[in-house]
Design a protein around this ligand. Sequence first.
Ligand code: ACO
Length: 322
Amino acid sequence: MTYSRIAGTGSYLPEKVVTNQDLEKMMDTSDEWIRERTGICRRHTAAEDETCSDMALAAAGQAIEMAGIEVTDIDLIIVGTVTPDKIFPSTACILQRRLGIRGCPAMDIQAACSGFIYALDLARRQIETGGATTALVIGSEILSRLTNWEDRSTAVLFGDGAGAVILQASDEPGIISTHIHSDGEFEDLLEVPWGISSNYEAVRAGEAYIQMQGNAVFRKAVGTLGSMAQETLDGNNVDKHDLDWLVPHQANLRIIAAAAKKVDLPMDRVVVTVDEHANTSSASIPLALDTAVRDGRIQRGQLLLFEAFGAGFTWGSALVRF
Ligand code: ACO
């Protein structure tokens, strides 16, 4: 049996930082409100000429270096994003050209904040069934371009960034299981309700922004993350007390704390980076993972639970022996 394991991680945050204090000068909000309700202190925003593939490339470079592989070893590229460089070709194809690789499959996946888990699921199945040996799996987002900076109910929540992993074929399970789900019934609760084939005028006018019913999303996220953790642990006959780290989607500290409570993990066993970069959608789990790997918290051999929830709704998890 062939398994897959995470051989390297990488991440990238744009240079420009927008603090809560900066936002206080732009809209009717306060550092206190934002920190109390979300745990967010600052977010990074991409430079005007910076693209999703620029950020993905930077994160990928770090992951490739940590994995100790040649770029040409990569035989599958999957990018989770809702903010691609172009409508087509995919950001994954653009990244492939920029990495100087040719021929291997490259694709984007759009599952909003669950995009990285969806990409990981797909990549590990490709590796396990012989379709690939070395996959580059990325989440990269420039949500600042979908943010209405006059809407305090959403503007304070989102940021830009990218995270990457190299997934390699292995004799022993690294990715033990992945679980992905969606329910389109909740489309209206969290959306950018304009696109290419509907309400295109708003896109052309640069007025396509994130809209959200925060309270309803909050309740649904907390409930779903709890049942998803249970599904993941039960499916593998793993006791929650065997987990070393929870690496959750970084949307809101209160959602993260509720998810940690469901698996009985104290907050010092939960990787939290939302304070530093706000909600970066599909980039947030690999960003948090890379942070904790590089600062030495996450060690080889430890058992990790990844959990994500996002627009769609989509949700997903992964149980990982690092
Ligand atoms: N600054 C100051 N006041 C604000 C702000 C702000 N930035 N935004 C809203 N308010 C006000 C509201 O107008 C409201 O005022 P009112 O009582 O006079 O009407 C008051 O604060 C309370 O608003 P609520 O929306 O009820 O505040 P809540 O405690 O629910 O917090 C929040 C809002 C932070 C959005 C919360 O609902 C949340 O985190 N939801 C989850 C959404 C999320 O994280 N989405 C990301 C994508 S999905 C995912 O990744 C999980």
